[in-house]
Design a protein around this ligand. Structure first.
Ligand code: KG4
Ligand code: ZN
Length: 338
C-alpha cells in the first residue's frame, strides 16, 4: 500500500517488448517502462524468438527497477504482481513468468497470471477512468483480431475472430514485401497519410452473411500479387497509394463488423485495443461509423495500445478482486485462448 492505495506491478514479456508498469487502485498509472526490441528485430524483418528471449533476460530486472523507481514505490509497498503468462512466444513468456514468481516468493507478494488479451482491454481502464463492463471489445494486434463481448472484468465471449492472419500480421508481411520494413503497421499508417485510399481496389473479404469472423490472408495475397505483377511489368508502384488502399481494405472490414456486432448484441460502447488500435485510419473510420449508430468509441493512447506493463497490472488488479490468484506453479501458456 502507498498512501492508502493498492499497488500492483505488471510485467510483460510475451513478444518483443520487455515492460513493467506500476498502477494504483487498478486505474492510476504511476509508471510504464517499455524496453522495445524493435530496432534489434528490424534487420531480420520480424521477431526472432531466441533473440527476443535473450533480450528479455538481459533487460527485465532493469525495467522492473526503473518502473518501481519512477513510481516512487519500493517492493515492500507492492500489494500484487501481475505477469503475462500467455498467449505469446514461449521462451519470451517464461522470462517474465520466472521473474515474477521469483519476486513473489522472495517478497511474499500475491501473484496473478494475466491473459495478454485481457491486458489489452484493461489498457482502456487506465485511460478512461469511468469505463466499466459490459461493452463490446475490438482487439486488433500482431497476433489477434477479435470482436469480444466483455460481460465483466476479464470475462468475455468471442463474437468473431480471424480464421487466418491477424490484421497486424498482414500489415507486417505486406510492408516487408513493399519495402517499408518492420514493424509494418506504423510504417504503412504513416505512408498512407500521403496516399489515395481509392487508388487500388483491393477486394474485401466479408465471409458468410452474419459472420463476425475475419480473413486477411486473401487481402494480403491480393496485395502481394499486385506488387509482383507491377514489378514484373516494370511499372513503378506509388507506395503511399498502395499503403492507403491496403489499409482501407483492412479497416473497412474491421470497422463494419465491429459496429454491426454492437448493434446486434445491443452494446452502446465499443472499446478498441491492441497494437493496431494505434492505426490512424482505423480510429477515424470506427468513430465515423459508430457515432452514426449511436455507439461511443473508447481507445487507449498510443503508448497503451502496444504491449506494456501497466495494462497487465490493471488486468491483474481486477482478477485479484475476484480472488483469482496464481501460485508458484504458474507456467507460460503460449496458446492461451481469450
Ligand atoms: O499488441 P502488439 O504490440 O503486440 C501483439 O500482441 O501482437 O501489436 C503489434 C502489432 C504489429 O503487427 C504492428 O505492426 C501493429 O501492431 N501496429 C500497427 C500500428 N502500430 C502498431 N498496425 C497498424 N497501424 C499502426 N499505427
Ligand atoms: Zn499485444
Amino acid at each position: 500500500m502507498l498512501n492508502g492505495k493498492h499497488i500492483t506491478i505488471g510485467i510483460e514479456s510475451s513478444c518483443d517488448e520487455t515492460a513493467a508498469g506500476v498502477v494504483a487502485d487498478g486505474r492510476e498509472m504511476l509508471s510504464n517502462i517499455i524496453s522495445s526490441q524493435i530496432s534489434i528485430h528490424t534487420k531480420f524483418g520480424g521477431v526472432v524468438p531466441e533473440i527476443a528471449s535473450r533480450h528479455h533476460l538481459e533487460n527485465i530486472n532493469d525495467v522492473i527497477d526503473r518502473a518501481l523507481k519512477e513510481a516512487g514505490v519500493s517492493l515492500n509497498e507492492v500489494d500484487l504482481i501481475g505477469v503475462t503468462y500467455g498467449p505469446g512466444l514461449v521462451g519470451a513468456l517464461l522470462i517474465g513468468v520466472a521473474t515474477a514468481k521469483m519476486i513473489a516468493y522472495a517478497k511474499n507478494i500475491p501473484l496473478v497470471g494475466v491473459n495478454h488479451m485481457h491486458g489489452h482491454i484493461a489498457a482502456n481502464y487506465i485511460e478512461h477512468k469511468d469505463l466499466k463492463p459490459p461493452f463490446m471489445g475490438l482487439i486488433v494486434s500482431g497476433g489477434h483480431t477479435n470482436i469480444v463481448d466483455i460481460e465483466d472484468y476479464n470475462t468475455c465471449k468471442i463474437i468473431g475472430e480471424t480464421r487466418d492472419d491477424a490484421a497486424g500480421e498482414a500489415f507486417d508481411k505486406v510492408s516487408r514485401v513493399i519495402g517499408l520494413g518492420y514493424p509494418g503497421g506504423p510504417k504503412m499508417d504513416r505512408s498512407a497519410r500521403d496516399g489515395n485510399k481509392n487508388a487500388i481496389d483491393f477486394k474485401r473479404v466479408w465471409l458468410e452473411k452474419g459472420s463476425y469472423d475475419f480473413s486477411f490472408s486473401g487481402i494480403k495475397t491480393a496485395a502481394l500479387n499486385y506488387i509482383n505483377n507491377e514489378r514484373q511489368s516494370g511499372r513503378d508502384i506509388d507506395i503511399n497509394d498502395f499503403s492507403a488502399s491496403f489499409q482501407e481494405a483492412v479497416v473497412d472490414v474491421i470497422t463494419k463488423k465491429a459496429v454491426d456486432a454492437c448493434i446486434e448484441f445491443k452494446r452502446d460502447k465499443l472499446v478498441l485495443s491492441g497494437g493496431v488500435a494505434a492505426n490512424t485510419r482505423l480510429g477515424e473510420l470506427l468513430i465515423e461509423r459508430a457515432s452514426k449508430a449511436g455507439i461511443q468509441v473508447f481507445k487507449p493512447s498510443k503508448i497503451l495500445c502496444t504491449d506494456n506493463g501497466a495494462m497487465i497490472a490493471s488486468s491483474a488488479y481486477y482478477e485479484s478482486l475476484k480472488g483469482n490468484y496464481s501460485n508458484l506453479k504458474l507456467d507460460a501458456a503460449p496458446g492461451l485462448e481469450i
